[in-house]
Design a protein around this ligand. Sequence first.
Ligand code: ADP
Ligand code: MG
Length: 233
Amino acid sequence: AMQTVIETNQVSKVFNPGMADEVKAVTDATLKINKAEVTVLKGPSGSGKTTLLSLLGCMSRPTVGSICINDKDVAKLPERFLAQIRRQTFGFIFQQFNLIKDISVLENVMLPLYPLDVGLREIKARAESILDDLDILKKETVKVQRLSGGEQQRVAIARALINRPEIILADEPTAHLDTRLSQELLDILQNMNGEGKVIIIGTHDPLVYESSFIDRVIEMRDGMIQQIKESGK
Ligand code: ADP
Ligand code: MG
């Protein structure tokens, strides 16, 4: 049987509830994602993609509804447990690379592991191995602002992978990339999926949601899931 990794039931997120500026960002989202599946959240700007991704990634909590990650309901967990699950389970790729200027490529990639119980030598070895996989190890001592856009993208991906996450969340990952770099990013995501990782991408880029390795497209509008298309790839 398929192993369910994420399951949500009637999840809603309301910002500023009861106030004049109340926003129902996500309403009644019910979905299920199995091991090694690739899911796209597709929808126009403001449709709730980022909000749903941040709920799935334990970066915020739903107003109502349940979110189970590997059968554990995380919706009501206190922040310190939520943070622990977040660090151990997820890798995040943002549209802005969110790299830290003035420190090297290697240090940027090592950073997420500092709060975890991993020795410094092990952290460095892992970081160098991932940079090597992404073919950017030769730049390890360079400060990130001196890299090209495509190189920065790969450093951001390396950083997302350093904790060996089971689930990769990518929010508009191609928004600032040209077609060639977008395709390179998709190839990397496809490889990661080939290694068994769950991938969830928020996007309105057809290059992404029309890719052949996508298992499921969840179409969102006004915070609601309009339809879920399974590709049966
Ligand atoms: P998308 O990523 O599809 O563009 P978002 O999830 O960012 O959509 O936003 C969904 C809706 O929630 C929008 O109307 C947005 O303005 C609103 N929203 C998002 N974050 C907040 C917040 N922190 N406070 C108030 N409203 C928010
Ligand atoms: Mg967004």
